[in-house]
Design a protein. Structure first.
Length: 271
């Protein structure tokens, strides 16, 4: 497959189990760039063995780390993947055919559709895990990531096409992986709220879990995926209520911010 003037960029921290597969899934990228934040496993060596240039950068938060990565890319068009994501062969072929036209256009970005593998098997019905649209392919001068610590998104003006074939996402290989990610993401989200002075609305708490669960389990069709759907909806609802409780604690006990940060860093959950 011929190479195209595109940079594949992946931000990493201890991704030895997945980074090689991710990099190999984009054979047409003229440059493969890994922005690593101090991995102490074999991530860097594996990335280099699979053709990537590795740049070390202390962790800045998801949005800021992605914006830093953009400044390190050699090409104008960038494909941003997570280490646990891979292009399907069908998407690789589609990109090979559509990228030249896209790069010659005035489009700021393009959407990819992501298919989630959860508990070792694809989700078939749960809406956020089947064909979720994510802007991950973009022109560095026409799009920019938000600076959010977590749940960052790509911002741009204008229309962006959507590619048909999916990206595969291995969403946490075990439930403990998922729970640790929930803990970390909640902490990061609460720190963003704290900086912005978001009001505490604990009166919502009695309703948050139930409404979040119903939204995912019923309206987003998680129930159609059996017990796996129940678990993914329950986890999402637990995250929704926990981050509100944690934010309440941050506001009412400010010293808990630093104490929790030290604890999470010591256990490798935060950095």
């Amino acid at each position: 497959m011929p190479t195209l003037p595109l940079t594949l960029v992946v931000i990493t921290h201890n991704e030895a189990d997945t980074i090689g597969r991710c990099l190999d899934s984009v054979p047409f990228a003229a440059e493969k760039l890994v922005i690593d934040s101090g991995s102490d496993d074999d991530t860097v060596a594996i990335a280099q063995a699979h053709g990537a240039r590795v740049v070390q950068q202390d962790w800045l938060g998801f949005g800021a780390q992605r914006n830093f990565a953009t400044t390190q890319c050699s090409h104008t068009w960038i494909l941003a993947l997570d280490a646990d994501e891979t292009l399907t062969p069908e998407l690789a072929i589609e990109l090979e055919h559509r990228l030249p036209e896209l790069m010659a256009s005035d489009a700021p970005a393009a959407y990819l559709r992501r298919s989630t593998i959860y508990m070792g098997a694809p989700m078939h019905w749960y809406r956020p895990a089947v064909g979720e649209k994510l802007a991950r392919l973009y022109h560095r001068g026409r799009a920019r990531w938000t600076d959010a610590r977590v749940h960052e998104s790509l911002r741009f003006d204008g229309d962006a096409p959507t590619l048909r074939a999916p990206v595969n996402h291995i969403n946490n290989p075990t439930l403990p992986h998922k729970q640790l990610k929930v803990l970390r993401y909640a902490e990061l989200k609460c720190r963003d709220w704290l900086e912005k002075g978001k009001p505490v609305r604990m009166w919502q708490a009695p309703f948050v879990f139930a409404l979040a669960f119903i939204k995912d389990y019923l309206f987003r069709l998680a129930f159609m995926d059996g017990w796996r759907g129940f678990m993914i909806a329950h986890t999402a609802a637990s995250y929704a209520i926990y981050k509100r409780m944690r934010y309440y604690e941050m506001r009412h006990n400010p010293e808990s911010v630093d104490r929790a940060a030290k604890l999470l860093t010591r256990h490798g959950i935060d950095r």
